[in-house]
Design a protein around this ligand. Structure first.
Ligand SMILES: Cc1cc2nc3c(=O)[nH]c(=O)nc-3n(C[C@H](O)[C@H](O)[C@H](O)COP(=O)(O)OP(=O)(O)OC[C@H]3O[C@@H](n4cnc5c(N)ncnc54)[C@H](O)[C@@H]3O)c2cc1C
Ligand code: FES
Length: 346
């Protein structure tokens, strides 16, 4: 076959147990096609490192952007499991997915314009984007932003809950990663008025139903989705006890303290907030906790009764997860949103 004909081929994917087929245009990953057509395929990183998007290839051929073996066990790979975020169909496929499949919000591309980008603290900007049309998303989800002149998309969690329905204004908390392409661009000049592409909604970090006490652990701009799910819990009554542990390097890196205080004042159950600074000058006037935020976990009574929501740098999340598991918190009660970047992907 001529290569130009191969490029224009649209492949069809039958997912066992799903009533409609998925069409995958040339060059799209299986995950992109599934999410774009409203099938809420489990996913997290979208870069082939977390293994969340695994599926079993029953019939057909795929190419892979990166080998599934980087994120899956050898036994899984030998059993035919692959990663949907790395799979490019080379023929029509039949696949099976172990996780329950549900209808989700279809991921679409929107045109957005930056309408505000104030500094919230030394290294975090509060970015507001106005969209060309309303977008619906669930608290805890994220968007991919593509900026002019920056290669590829970057993921940012919605920093608020859109509880009344679809919205045209989006808010994000974006931390500067020196040497990082998107954040150097954003922090390098006033970007107000710049147009960018927003693809959304992605991700399955979400508040679970129930009345269990909530333990949130956020590092840096990891507060964004935590604020979002806490706003949702408040709208549901604010009756679940909350511990919010928040790690930053120094006082100059703290932000959103007013927003947390507002949440705390409206809460109907105990709400404790513990910020801890890991790199504060020993001689400064900081009277709060010092050290890694994960050291604060030990001070929380009755840990196994809690649901934990962790968000921020992958190293902080790995450490927090290990401490929670060691303290007999069940794995199923721990939800994590790792802010992976290009330096931490694999
Ligand atoms: C689901 C999700 C949600 C997120 N939400 C947020 C959020 O709400 N707020 C937030 O601040 N961040 C968030 N992030 C992180 C964000 O997506 C970006 O990764 C981050 O802003 C850095 O982007 P950048 O373009 O500035 O850096 P990049 O250009 O991506 O570089 C990041 C780092 O990797 C290094 N690097 C670049 N290329 C390579 C390479 N090829 N090999 C090795 N190292 C390399 C760079 O030097 C730099 O240190 C989220 C990430 C994920 C996955
Ligand atoms: S979403 Fe595919 S490996 Fe993480």
């Amino acid at each position: 076959m001529f290569s130009f004909l191969r490029k224009s081929k649209v492949n069809t994917v039958s997912v066992e147990g799903w009533p409609t087929t998925i069409t995958v245009p040339a060059g799209k990953t299986l995950l992109e096609a599934m999410l774009g057509q409203g099938l809420a395929m489990p996913h997290d990183c979208k870069v082939g490192s977390c293994g969340t998007c695994k599926f079993k290839l029953v019939t057909g051929k795929i190419g892979e952007l990166s080998p599934s073996a980087l994120a899956l066990e050898g036994e899984e790979v030998r059993g035919g499991y692959r990663l949907a975020c790395q799979a490019i169909p080379r023929s029509d496929l039949t696949i099976a997915v172990d996780a329950p499949l549900v209808q989700g919000l279809a991921v679409e591309d929107y045109r957005g314009t930056i309408i505000a980008a104030p500094r919230l603290c030394k290294d975090i900007i509060g970015l507001t984007i106005e969209l060309d049309r309303p977008l619906a998303f669930a608290p805890g989800q994220y968007a991919d932003l593509i900026a002019p002149g920056v290669d590829g998309a970057r993921s940012y969690s919605f920093a608020f809950a859109a509880l009344a329905g679809p919205v045209r204004q989006l808010h994000f908390h974006i931390r500067h990663v020196p040497g990082g392409a998107f954040t150097d661009w954003l922090f390098g000049a006033d970007r107000t008025g710049t147009e960018l592409t927003v693809a959304a909604p992605f991700g399955q970090f979400a508040l679970k139903d129930g009345q269990a006490p909530i333990l949130c652990i956020a590092g840096g701009s990891g507060l964004a989705p935590i604020v979002s799910i806490l706003q949702q819990a408040l709208a549901a009554g604010g009756t679940r006890p909350v511990h919010l542990l928040y790690g930053a390097r120094q006082q100059a890196n703290l932000y959103a303290l007013d927003q947390i205080e507002t949440l705390r004042n409206r809460w109907q159950a105990p709400f404790t907030f513990t910020p801890a600074l890991s790199d504060e000058d020993p001689g400064s006037d900081w009277a709060g906790a010092r050290g890694l935020i994960t050291e604060q976990i030990a001070g929380i009574a009755n840990l196994p009764a809690h649901e934990a929501y962790l968000c921020g740098p992958p190293a902080m999340i790995d450490l927090a997860e290990a401490r929670l598991l060691a303290a007999s918190v069940e794995r199923a009660a721990i939800s994590a949103d790792r802010f992976l970047d290009r330096g931490s992907k694999r």
